[in-house]
Write a protein that binds this ligand. Structure first.
Ligand code: ADP
Ligand code: MG
Length: 551
């Protein structure tokens, strides 16, 4: 036996462990999901390595789980890549899961309950200390001549490491010594089987509890659609995303040309990104002939479709493709453009068949989706899919498309008017919109900064030009009758006109260079004055955005 050394946990890890050990979180069974997911990752690494090197691995890939009721232990063994001493130190004890710091910070802030934090972050290896007094990891790396190593810790302050002299099979064994309280719950194989079925059923490698294989091991996305039940889709979705709810929508497709691929995609019910980690936590898992090449690949779908979760599996890529070259791979680009068309087409169909359902989708994912204004190739589809609140709706939740707006436009109207403001209430009082209210002309209400970029990119829809209400051409608006009979102001007498001119001159004098011009007009009915933009200038809200950006 090599000599034992003791190492302190990194501070960040200690903090997380402290939170987990003292957690009152009841759903402690997820520790098994996390250990099995690590075992599966280790097996995927072997498969990826041997396929990309063109070598054949002689070890059967599998995960075995057993329980010892008397001893109160659960043991998980995999035949994956294993870890060298250095990897063990680096991966367990030093660097925590990428979301750990964030999770710890949020748990301390106490805004979000630990329950939902643990569920959403997937806290990885350390979650085992919710149920364990002590954990022993015995592992031998796939690297040539790697010495087996043992790691032991009670999850308090430090861990012990020891190199082993005896022969150990390649892979990793994790022995979990359950706390007194958890023994009855987890030290029995029937319970473990249920947990595996619930959380790990779609792991790509066989999982045995005792002698019995418990998971299904089918690539659901390769099965014919008509054979799959909704419950299976939902189960797979939950496995994939850790979401506790069913998906909002499922899109399962199989394509043969111009490239062959199968895709199984889901739209979650709610925005999965309450922590603003969305940019990282997006992407489809890419498989080549059932071999996982990359989790959450970022090239298959653009950022604005980041709410779509799922997997893509293709026959057409070589297995030995390196992750680095995926980005500028022609086939990936072809798959991507097909996927984008499928997702957009699917959304168009939803919008057409069931507008209420589409609105529901929009309320959850519309904000991300609006970033699609940059996708010029799909501009028409994008324009048909964006929604805005508008003055024609009863409240701030109401949504309209450009097409619906056009259907309500006045005869002779060739513009779609919009205005940006902090809220529906504020816009309802805006002096710029008085003339529109008076004449009953619909105005789209924009509440988010990105909305104006959308308007700039879309520019026109079916012969209608998008025009900011601030820039509205009064001559064009004059052609429309007011809803209520206006009391036509009498023509000004010469005297009155002179007084008014003097007032304008005086205001201009006082304001100086702050304004270009001061004019009297018939635009307003209730407000005495408003700021207007000389034609062609940016809207006042865009101006604010640009000032912030250029600072
Ligand atoms: P994550 O899986 O998100 O990386 P974990 O805390 O679950 O975070 O695991 C930390 C790291 O420990 C893994 O990335 C992996 O390198 C290593 N690891 C954990 N379990 C195993 C295992 N069974 N075989 C090989 N490596 C493992
Ligand atoms: Mg993990």
């Amino acid at each position: 036996m090599g000599k034992k050394t003791t190492h302190k946990f990194k501070a960040e890890v200690s903090q997380l462990l402290d939170i987990l050990v003292h957690s009152l979180y009841t759903n402690k069974e997820i520790f098994l999901r996390e250990l099995v997911s690590n075992a599966s990752d280790a097996l995927e690494k072997v498969r990826f390595k041997s396929t990309s090197e063109g070598s054949e691995d002689t070890v059967t890939p599998e995960i075995r789980i057993s329980a010892n009721e008397e001893a109160g232990t659960v043991t998980i063994t995999d035949t994956g890549v294993g870890m060298t001493r250095e990897e063990l130190m680096r991966n367990i004890g030093t660097i925590a899961h990428s979301g750990t710091a964030e999770l710890t910070r949020m748990a301390k802030e106490g805004k979000e309950s630990l329950d939902s934090l643990i569920g959403r972050f997937g806290v990885g290896f350390y979650s085992v200390y919710m149920v364990a007094d002590e954990v022993t990891v015995t592992t031998r790396s796939i690297e040539e001549d790697a010495k087996p190593v043992k790691w032991i810790s009670d999850g308090k302050n430090d861990y012990k490491l020891q190199e082993l002299e005896e022969d150990v099979a390649r892979g990793t064994t994790i022995e979990v010594k359950l706390t007194e309280e958890m023994k009855s719950r987890f030290a029995n194989e029937a319970a473990l089987k249920n947990i595996i079925k619930k959380h790990s059923n779609f792991i790509n490698f066989p999982i045995y509890v005792g002698e019995e294989k418990v998971n299904t091991v089918t690539a659901l996305w390769r099965e014919p659609k008509f054979q799959i039940k909704d419950e299976q889709y939902a189960e797979f979705y939950k496995f994939l995303t850790y979401d506790s709810e069913d998906p909002f929508d499922t899109l399962h497709t199989s394509v043969d040309a111009p490239v062959q691929f199968n895709a199984l995609m889901f739209i979650p019910k709610t925005d999965e990104d309450p922590f603003g980690m969305g940019r990282e936590n997006r992407g489809l898992d890419l498989y080549v002939r059932r071999v996982l090449i990359e989790k959450q690949n970022k090239d298959l779908l653009p950022e604005y479709l980041g709410f779509v979760k799922g997997v893509v599996d293709t026959e057409d890529l070589p297995l030995n493709i390196s992750r680095e070259t995926l980005q500028d791979n022609v086939l990936i680009r072809k798959i991507s453009s097909t996927l984008v068309k499928q997702v957009l087409g699917h959304l168009e169909k939803m919008a057409k068949d069931n507008a209420e359902r589409y609105d529901e989708f929009w309320h959850s994912h519309g904000t991300i989706f609006k970033a699609g204004y940059m996708d010029f190739l799909n501009k028409d589809k994008f324009s048909s899919l964006v929604r805005f609140n508008s003055s024609a709706k009863d409240d701030a939740k109401g949504l309209t498309s450009f097409t619906d707006y056009i259907s309500r436009a006045k005869e002779g109207q060739k513009e779609i008017y919009y205005a940006y403001g902090p809220s529906r209430e504020a816009l309802g009082l805006s002096p710029y919109l008085e003339v529109f209210r008076r004449k009953g002309i619909e105005v789209l209400y924009l509440y988010e900064p990105i909305d104006e970029f959308v308007m700039d990119a879309v520019r026109d829809v079916d012969g209608f030009t998008l025009v900011s209400a601030e820039h509205a051409d009064m001559a064009k608006l004059d052609q429309f009758e007011s809803l209520e009979k206006e009391e036509k102001p009498e023509a000004l007498s010469d005297d009155q006109q002179t007084t008014l001119d003097k007032l304008m001159a005086r205001i201009k004098e006082t304001l100086g260079d702050a304004v270009t011009e001061v004019k009297s007009s018939k635009r307003l009915s209730n407000s005495p004055v408003c700021l207007a933009n000389p034609d062609g200038n940016v809207t006042s809200s865009m101006d604010k955005i640009m000032r912030v950006v250029s600072k």
